[in-house]
Design a protein around this ligand. Sequence first.
Ligand code: NAP
Length: 255
Amino acid sequence: MGRPSVLVLAGTAEAVALAGRLVSSGAVDVLASLAGRTRNPAPLPCPVRTGGFGGAEGLAAALRDGGHALLVDATHPFAAAMPGHAAAAAEAAGVPRLRLVRPPWRPGPGDDWVPVPSMAAAAAALDRLGARRALLTVGRQELAAFAGVGADLVVRSIDPPDVALPPGAAVVLARPPFDEAGEAALLAEHGVDTLVTRNSGGAATAPKLAAARAAGVRVVMVGRPAPPPGPVAETVDEAVAWVAGYVPGAGATIR
Ligand code: NAP
């Protein structure tokens, strides 16, 4: 009998790290799945399949047809559809599922955060707060919500925005990780008084929050969708331990 197979729904740094840990254990086969949306995805240390499954039913069929023993949903904290599909598909296929999602950022002393539940609420908050110049770091697919805001906008994204932006909006193309000095310079250069971000969590994009704190820039923080009921891991270590609960050797590293 071959090794048990783990299907990892990827698209995050955590998925890359988890796949690496599991592959290096030698105890499981790992297949990573990408939506195919990102132009230059980070390389994965295992076989990769690309493209949607066709909803929860398609994913359930892929779990059965692929003979996968376990499913780890390591999609982005703001992935809207996949966590629900993964939960439904795993239940239908009788395959244990874990949601791996990094912890959210939390405000600390000196932070001026305005929590909001959605992009539409973030856009409304800019007008309500009287923001004059706002830096949007929300993902280019979320920009449409800001088309009518009164503030001048600075949009930072990895790939060029493909929606119409208000006249005068500045676009800064950049790829994480970022550092605090660079973030401070960006805020100062554009005279930003309000930063809008999703609460993605993680270290790669956290320096903007430290820079905002130091500069007295307020942060409109868009909260995450709640994960579906079921086990949740916040770290790769926890996810490896979950897999090792089913396949004991999966927690080991072969050197
Ligand atoms: P989504 O709303 O959860 O997914 C939309 C559809 O894309 C899903 O219904 C599924 O299609 C397909 N899909 C998503 N993740 C997939 C995966 N890992 N493998 C195969 N198909 C997948 O997610 P999204 O916000 O569009 O994001 C798409 C992908 O980009 C996710 O994998 C996510 O981790 C990654 N990502 C998202 C963000 C973000 O801000 N949302 C940021 C960084 C990376 P079917 O229904 O046909 O299966």
